[in-house]
Design a binder for this molecule. Sequence first.
Ligand SMILES: Cc1cc2nc3c(=O)[nH]c(=O)nc-3n(C[C@H](O)[C@H](O)[C@H](O)COP(=O)(O)O)c2cc1C
Length: 168
Amino acid sequence: MQSEILKQIIEKRRSIYPKDYTGAAIPDEVLEEILNSANFAPNHKKTRPWLFKVFRGEEKTVLGQTIAELYKNSTPPQLFVEKKYRDIPDKIAKSNAVVSICVNFSGLLPEWEEIAATAMAVQNMYLTSTAQNVGCYWSSHAVTAQLGKFLNLEENQKCLGLFYMGMI
Ligand SMILES: Cc1cc2nc3c(=O)[nH]c(=O)nc-3n(C[C@H](O)[C@H](O)[C@H](O)COP(=O)(O)O)c2cc1C
């Protein structure tokens, strides 16, 4: 029964963190299926507002270093925590793929509608990851909001976090 399978996947879905990823590579076709599932999310006026960029390998390492430096540069010295500075690149290194979750505001709709549609796209990725035995979670670490320049975002675009993925 389709509904029984769907129920199982919905109820099995969990946020799974990089410390629990095996380090094995996510097969390309599996990663593609996860990303493709995002495109089936409902979206008002068909604006398809989600913008995802996949980071793997060296690019992923640079992403980790960039976030760590943004954290350092935007945190007053008395609030700076060395562990947090190291944690970000470490979590990124333990993930096999990291996807930046961004939204493109079309101007045709209230912003919340396009954020909501983007979140629905992320839920599709969570569910497809669950079905494929890929661990994942959405991180909305405050620093990710400062990734605009690194991600070449335009004025009407915003980064809502990162989607970490790894085999479990
Ligand atoms: C918009 C959004 C942002 C999130 N940001 C973070 C985050 O920054 N750090 C984190 O550990 N988990 C984050 N999560 C994951 C939640 O903590 C997680 O979904 C919640 O604990 C429930 O667990 P579950 O996903 O296993 O059901 C986020 C989830 C959502 C939907």
